[in-house]
Design a protein around this ligand. Structure first.
Ligand code: SAM
Length: 254
C-alpha cells in the first residue's frame, strides 16, 4: 500500500464556492467546502482564498464555521485564475538538519503541488533520518503557515517519508519525469521544458548526490537527468531553483 498525503492537501483543500459570489455578501458553504476549511485549520474571522464556479479566486473572511456548517464573506477578487496549471511534484531526498523545513516553506510559496521526502542511498543516516522524522510532526504546520502567508487557494500535498522505490513509483506517474543531476546530465533543465506537460515530477538528490545505480534505474524508467548549470547547488537550492524555472516556463511566476 503506497503512502498517501498526510495534510489533506491538493484538491481536497480547495474551498470551492457553488456560485459566482457578490463581494461583501455572505455565502453558504457546501459540506465539501467546509471539509476543505478544516484542512486550513480555519476559524471564524480567518481569511482564506476561495475559488468560484468560474475558476476565479477571492479572498474571503470566515463568518460562521463549526466544522460542518459554514459561511464566508468574499471581499476581494484576486487576479489570476485557478486554470489548467502544470502540476509540479518535488521528491526531495531528506536533507540534513532543518533544511527540509526550508524546502517545505519555499516550495509551498512557489506553488508546488506535491512535496515528498524520500530516502536515497547517500541520504542522511537512518539514525539521523529518524531524528529528523521525530520533528516531522512540524512539517504540516510549516506548509500550512507558508500557504496561508502566500494566500494559496490549495495546500500542497505533503507526503510522509518515502522509500526510494515508493518515491520513484509515484514520480514515475508524471508525463514529464526529471532527475536533477549535477554531474554528467545530458540535458539542461531548459531542454526538457520545450513541450508543456500536464504533470512534472522531479527527483532531487541528497547532499551526497545520487548513486550511479539510482541514475541508471530511473533513466531506464524514462526519467530525464537534467542539469541546472555548472555550479554544484545545495540540495535545497536545486529544488527551489528548478521549481521556480518550471513555474516561470509553464506556471504563474515571472
Ligand atoms: N554530488 C554533489 C557534490 O559533488 O558535492 C553533491 C550533491 S548536491 C549537493 C545535492 C543535489 O542537488 C544533487 O543530487 C542534485 O539532485 C542537485 N543539484 C545540485 N547541483 C545541481 C546542478 N548543477 N544541476 C542539477 N542538479 C543539481
Amino acid at each position: 500500500m503506497l503512502p498517501t498525503c498526510t495534510n489533506n492537501g491538493g484538491d481536497e483543500s480547495l474551498v470551492r464556492l457553488d456560485e459566482v459570489p457578490t463581494l461583501e455578501t455572505e455565502i453558504d458553504l457546501s459540506p465539501a467546502a467546509c471539509h476543505a476549511l478544516t484542512a486550513w485549520g480555519a476559524r471564524v474571522g480567518q481569511v482564506v482564498t476561495v475559488v468560484d464556479t468560474e475558476a476565479s479566486l477571492y479572498r474571503a473572511r470566515v463568518s460562521r464555521f463549526d466544522g460542518s456548517v459554514g459561511t464566508l464573506v468574499p471581499f476581494e477578487r484576486l487576479a489570476g485564475e485557478q486554470r489548467d496549471r502544470v502540476r509540479i511534484e518535488v521528491y526531495q531526498a531528506l536533507p540534513e538538519k532543518e533544511r527540509f523545513e526550508l524546502v517545505l516553506e519555499k516550495l509551498t510559496e512557489l506553488g508546488v503541488d506535491r512535496i515528498a521526502p524520500f530516502q536515497a542511498t547517500r541520504s542522511i543516516s537512518l539514525e539521523e533520518r529518524d531524528a529528523r522524522q521525530k520533528k516531522s510532526h512540524r512539517w504540516p504546520e510549516v506548509v500550512l503557515r507558508a500557504a496561508r502567508q502566500c494566500r494559496r487557494a490549495e495546500l500542497p500535498e505533503l507526503y510522509p517519508m518515502l522509500s526510494w522505490d515508493e518515491a520513484t513509483w509515484l514520480a514515475n506517474q508524471a508525463d514529464l519525469k526529471l532527475m536533477l543531476l549535477e554531474n554528467g546530465a545530458p540535458w539542461l533543465l531548459r531542454d526538457a521544458l520545450e513541450q508543456k506537460p500536464l504533470r512534472i515530477s522531479m527527483l532531487v538528490g541528497p547532499e551526497g548526490g545520487f548513486t550511479p545505480e539510482e541514475v541508471a534505474e530511473v533513466t531506464a524508467l524514462g526519467f530525464l537527468p537534467v542539469s541546472l548549470g555548472p555550479r554544484i547547488l545545495r540540495t535545497e537550492t536545486a529544488a527551489l531553483t528548478a521549481a521556480a524555472i518550471i513555474q516561470y516556463q509553464f506556471g504563474d511566476i515571472g
